[in-house]
Design a protein around this ligand. Structure first.
Ligand code: ADE
Length: 277
């Protein structure tokens, strides 16, 4: 997979040299190219922003450097990259106004050969850039959560890591993302429960007996109950949205113990609580 990132803070993307993503790059599984937006400015001060039309606080990123940067990126590469094969990239624009970044979107992006990220600073990029490239590329405006960061670079780190670990051969153990919380089909969209390793006793705290039993059926059941309890506590919205067909009799008994009641439509709710859709 090829990934291009255009930013005014190339050094912010240094973590892409480390750990899982760094190793994937070193192995040639990931071709990451970080570009300095200011290389496509032509004035002495390398200006990338200007005041907003219509007034208001903050500054807006000027369209010209983005246009030149993207035109350059779309027409350059090696002989064997996706650009040579005539592939068009997905343009991923991090913004708090975007669609939510989910595991499902990470999977979708991981299936594309080429992603171009345009992390913005200030109040964002002049809208005409999105319109212009929206005619030629698949543009996704994406938010990593309901909070406002100072810029899109941290969201790019988040998204690249979530996507890279899904690429074939990048995770050591091919099984390791099967049970991820939020993996499509994983534990019917429950959060993962707690995990333990050696030593068997630490500061007077032991390991849940069942995990030492060697009884695979009982261990699987315990893990599922833990997942239900954690999801119930931390993400009750996921329980309320849960497809009842994905739950067995024991799941329903566990949820009842956790205070959930099944409505006439089979969905779970808690007495006195409105169900959020
Ligand atoms: N830029 C600033 N905040 C952001 C967020 N929550 N998601 C994506 N990009 C952003």
């Amino acid at each position: 997979m090829r990934i291009d990132v255009v930013t005014i803070f190339p050094e912010y993307l240094e973590p892409l040299n480390v750990s899982l993503v760094g190793k994937a790059r070193a192995r040639g599984q990931l071709d990451v190219r970080v570009h300095d937006l200011r290389s496509w400015t032509h004035d002495r001060h390398h200006t990338v922003d200007d005041t907003p039309y219509g007034g208001g606080p903050g500054m807006v990123m000027k369209p010209e450097p983005w246009g030149e940067a993207l035109d350059h990126i779309l027409t350059t590469g090696g002989d064997d990259g996706p650009e040579a094969a005539g592939e068009r990239p997905v343009l991923v624009v991090p913004t708090p106004s975007g669609e939510p970044f989910t595991q499902e979107l990470a999977v979708e992006l991981s299936e594309r050969p080429w992603l171009v990220f345009t992390p913005a600073r200030y109040e964002g990029i002049d809208r005409r850039v999105i319109e212009e490239y929206g005619e030629r590329l698949d543009v996704r405006e994406v938010s990593i959560g309901d909070y406002v960061l100072a810029g899109g670079e941290a969201p790019v780190l988040v998204m690249v890591e979530a996507v890279a670990r899904l690429l074939p051969g990048v995770l050591g153990n091919a099984e390791s993302h099967r049970d991820d919380s939020f993996a499509p089909g994983a534990m019917a969209d429950l959060l993962e429960g707690p995990v333990f390793t050696k030593p068997p006793e630490w500061r007077g705290r032991g390991i849940p007996e069942v995990l030492l039993s060697g009884h695979h059926g009982r261990i699987a059941r315990w893990r599922r109950d833990q997942a239900l309890a954690r999801t119930s506590a931390n993400r009750p919205d996921l329980i309320a949205r849960c497809d009842p067909a994905a739950l067995d009799k024991r799941d329903r008994a566990t949820l009842a113990e956790l205070g959930w009641q099944q409505g006439t439509d089979g969905r779970f709710g808690r007495p006195g609580e409105a169900v959020e859709e």
